[in-house]
Write a protein that binds this ligand. Structure first.
Ligand SMILES: CC1=[NH+][C@H]2[C@@H](O1)O[C@H](CO)[C@@H](O)[C@@H]2O
Length: 419
């Protein structure tokens, strides 16, 4: 591994754990070659139980989970520098509409709750041989922001203590908002959020998707804005800064409307003095598909009509050529591996590449489909960007979505470590 972080999430749901290894992407698919290209693997996800402690997600078998964790930590035999982290929360577990939305809020809400939450996570980390904790709270609300900072400080205190007693070095990271809307909830404290962390993994993807319902098809993880793309109101204009910023400073720092992009998210973090060597750019190994996309402009920036909401309800077969989408009952998300098959299968997809946004997309004129994703061409621009902006490295969601040849992981590794 070179000097840049390459942080890959490894995702298994509770049902997959219980039927392990009969899953799409068992740990054995992480070959020695892949393990050598990674600096961190973040296991997703661990939950928070109703006592406010780190715990397996509901329904995950203890024994099977421990076996999977053991397989993951065994990967260090291929790469002694590899760090195994576990990630707490994630969108499904912690978003405002989730049945468990209060778990992070409660666990961060008092000194006693924060101490117990951190204690339990560090005990979990030691029990299973992990090298650190990644907190993936999506997202602290404005009223949670101070508690969020206090929680991260408590984790840092206890991790430092754990390092002393066991001569190890553990890490603390978070998955942070990539879009200004969620970012604006804790943006005023961003420098204090990052202070206790080793890295902040920016979720610089999911900028656009069918959940909006009323907007246009657009890229979900593009690096730069395009002059004619649909723009968004900049929620950072509403942030209450302390000390306050003048309105003219605010309008200068936060142009609105603006293009929601990875570059915008990085620059917004730099405005708050987040150190570059803690900033990790997230990239997706999956694409997002829009149904009934307008036919102009090869489907780009067009109206569409695709079911919103989690989980998906409706016809799972409309993303032609994506057999796995039917299996997963989720035609709005295609893995990079699915997309390669869709492109190669003669289903009528045509690849385009946007010269300003530095992003590819697929248009299927026969079926009125638009798919936004990343491939090695866009990853090259992103790794060049990471090097030019002197960021800490790259994170990606997730390992199981790459193709057999590890095309995307190789593009990240080579882009960051080769001239
Ligand atoms: C690290 C991370 N946490 C979130 C985020 O990435 O995006 C994924 C795809 O939308 C989502 O499934 C996951 O829960």
């Amino acid at each position: 591994s070179g000097k840049y972080a390459v942080i890959g999430y490894y995702m298994l749901g509770p049902d997959e754990i219980n039927k392990y290894p009969a899953v799409d992407f068992p740990v054995s698919n992480i070959s020695p070659e892949k393990a050598k290209m990674l600096t961190h693997i973040n296991y997703a996800f661990i939950g928070i139980n109703d006592k406010g402690q780190c715990d397996l997600l509901k329904g995950a078998n203890e024994q099977k989970s421990a076996e999977v964790f053991q397989l993951l930590t065994n990967l260090k035999q291929y790469n002694a520098n590899l760090k195994l982290m576990f990630s707490v929360g994630g969108w499904a577990f912690s978003n405002d509409a989730s049945p468990t939305a209060n778990r992070f809020r409660d666990a961060a809400s008092t000194p006693a709750a924060r101490t117990e939450f951190a204690r339990s996570c560090i005990a979990f980390m030691k029990k299973h041989g992990f090298d650190g904790v990644d907190l993936d709270w999506e997202y602290p609300r404005k009223q949670d922001a101070n508690n969020f900072v206090a929680l991260l400080k408590e984790f840092r205190t206890q991790i430092n203590q754990a390092e002393k007693t066991s001569q190890s070095d553990y890490q603390l990271t978070i998955a942070g908002a990539g879009g200004a809307f969620f970012m604006s909830r804790y943006y005023h404290l961003l420098d204090k959020v990052v202070e206790p962390l080793d890295y902040i993994n920016l979720m610089t993807y999911d900028f656009n998707g069918p959940w909006q319902g009323v907007t246009k098809t657009n890229f979900h993880a593009h690096l730069y804005g395009a002059k004619d793309e649909p723009k968004f109101y900049n929620a950072l204009r509403e942030v209450q800064f302390n000390p306050p910023k003048s309105w003219e400073e605010i309008t200068k720092l936060f142009p609105s409307p603006f293009a929601l992009t990875a570059d915008a998210a990085v620059k917004q973090h730099l405005i708050m003095k987040v150190p570059r060597n803690k900033l990790v750019m997230g990239v997706p190994f999956y694409g997002r598909a829009f149904r009934k996309a307008g036919t102009d402009n090869y489907g780009l920036y067009q109206t569409f009509n695709t079911q919103k909401g989690d989980p998906y309800r409706g016809d799972p077969t409309w993303l032609v050529g994506c057999d796995k989408c039917v299996e997963r009952n989720e035609p709005r998300i295609a893995t990079y591996a699915d997309i390669k098959k869709m492109l190669a299968g003669g289903f009528g997809y045509k690849r385009h590449f946007h010269s300003e946004a530095k992003a590819p997309w697929l248009h299927n004129a026969k079926h009125n489909l638009f798919v936004t994703y990343d491939d090695k061409e866009s990853m090259k621009y992103k790794t060049d960007y990471i090097k030019q902006e002197k960021l800490a490295g790259v994170m990606f969601w997730h390992l199981g979505q790459d193709d057999q040849e590890s095309t995307l992981l190789k593009s990240l590794h080579n882009g960051l470590n080769k001239k």
